[in-house]
Structure formats: C-alpha cells, structure tokens
Design a protein around this ligand. Structure first.
Ligand SMILES: Nc1nc2c(c(=O)[nH]1)N[C@H]1C(S)=C(S)[C@@H](COP(=O)(O)O)O[C@H]1N2
Ligand SMILES: [Mo]
Length: 228
C-alpha cells in the first residue's frame, strides 16, 4: 500500500544525519549517559538514570524534514514525553506551564508549546532500531515529535526549560525559519512567507547539506579513533 505523504514531502530511501549547515561540525560531548537539566520557571534540578524508570515504549513513525525529505517507518524506542512530564515535572511545579524550550549539547535550541509535546506520539527517544542512538541520530537522547518538522525533533538533548509564558529565544538560524509550531499536516514550514516557496528553496540545499554532514561525521569519527 502506498502511503499518502504530508503536503510537499517526498519519501527518502535513506535517513541521513541532517540539520543546519552550521551545526554539521558540532558534536555532543556526553553520548553514553543521560543527564538532563530541568529549568525555567521552577527550581532547577537534574534528571539522570531515573528516567529509565518510566515505561519504555516502542513506536514506528515517519520523520519529515522541512527541506521536503521524509524518512518513513522509523522504529524508535524511549519514553513518552507525556509520562515524563506527569511523573517527573508536574510534581515540582508551582505555576502552570505553557511553553517549553529545548536545548542540545551541540548548542542547537528550539521551542514548542507544552500542549504539542504532550501528544501521545512525542517521545524522549534513546533507541533507534532497538539500538542505543548513534551520534548521527541524537545520542544519548532526543525528542521525536512526528507531527512536527524535523527541526523541532531536537537531538543530543541536555536541557529542558518549562515556562509559564512564551519566550523569545535566539535560535541558530533566522527567526522566520522557525515556525512556533511547525506542524507537518498544516505545512507550517516557516513563520513568514508562502510555505510552497520554501519547499523549492529548501530542496535546493538537501544534497550539499547531506554531503557536509557526512564529511563532518567521518572527520569526527576518525579523530575519535586516532585518540586510542
Ligand atoms: N541538537 C540538534 N538537533 C537537531 C538538529 C541539530 O542540528 N542539532 N537539526 C534538526 C533538523 S533540521 C533535522 S531535519 C533533524 C535531523 O535528524 P537526524 O540527523 O537524526 O536525521 O534534527 C533536528 N534536530
Ligand atoms: Mo530539517
């Protein structure tokens, strides 16, 4: 059976390491151990291996990059953000939360309304194909939010900030490129301008971005090897 893809998306035969060109050469420093700092409008605290007490879920979902490629039927495993929030965050709150900022070990940031992250298919994923996440795909833990474009699916998660109100955050890219929700079904590619235009604009850069990321990854791996 042929799947109907969301508007403007095309199935890819590969699932490449991908992102903004300026992040190709940035890598996480801690890949084996989960360590999350929880901050924002609450008293800051850390979460480590306790996260593993949450029920483990396995989920097959499609991944849609804003540049129009989609990787289909990926097999993720991890913890539901909803379970995580209700078990580990809610008891610590003094104020009602509406907005969440996510930060990665590579300096990448993004944000989403809390209500979007509480959807049942949003995961804190630490496995792909039942193996620990690779450096390419977000070790040691990442966000998987299948209803939102790839740029909301933050890799190498290290810090989650919970706020009562929407925050202005400086992203690693131009602000028009970050739609506050970035829902794939609504084709919310960018916050300004006609989304159809962005299909074509972004498509142009896919091949060279994949190449840059592959080169950076192989340089990184050969350097890591030469240490021993
Ligand atoms: N920490 C971090 N997360 C990130 C990015 C990044 O550069 N750094 N790029 C985003 C973008 S644009 C995409 S498409 C996906 C790519 O995920 P992948 O490398 O596992 O394919 O990661 C997203 N999350
Ligand atoms: Mo992306």
């Amino acid at each position: 059976m042929i799947k109907t893809l969301p508007p403007g998306q095309k199935a890819s035969t590969v699932f490449p390491r991908f992102g903004l060109p300026q992040f190709a050469n940035r890598f996480p420093t801690e890949i084996d151990k989960i360590r999350l700092t929880i901050a924002g409008d609450l008293k800051e605290f850390e979460i480590g291996d306790e996260i593993k007490k949450l029920p483990r879920v396995v989920q097959t979902s499609d991944f849609h990059c804003v540049t129009t490629w989609s990787a289909l039927n990926l097999n993720w495993s991890g913890y539901r953000f909803n379970d995580f929030y209700h078990t580990m965050i809610l008891p610590k709150l003094e104020h009602p939360i509406s907005f969440v900022v996510l930060k990665g070990q590579d300096g990448y940031k993004t944000s989403l309304p809390l209500s979007d992250l509480l959807q049942q298919n949003v995961l804190l994923a630490d496995q792909l194909d039942l193996q620990p996440l690779s450096i390419e795909h977000g070790a040691p833990i990442r966000i998987i939010a299948p209803n939102h474009y790839g740029y909301k699916n933050l890799k190498h998660l290290k810090r989650i900030e919970f706020y009562t109100q929407k925050q202005k955050i400086k992203q690693g890219y131009l602000s028009f490129m970050d739609h506050p929700r970035a829902r794939v079904a609504n084709e919310e590619r960018a916050s300004k301008g006609p989304n159809i235009l962005f299909r074509w604009l972004y498509k142009i850069g896919i091949k060279s971005t994949i190449r840059d990321y592959e080169k950076a990854t192989s340089n990184y791996k050969s350097k890591a090897l030469s240490k021993y």
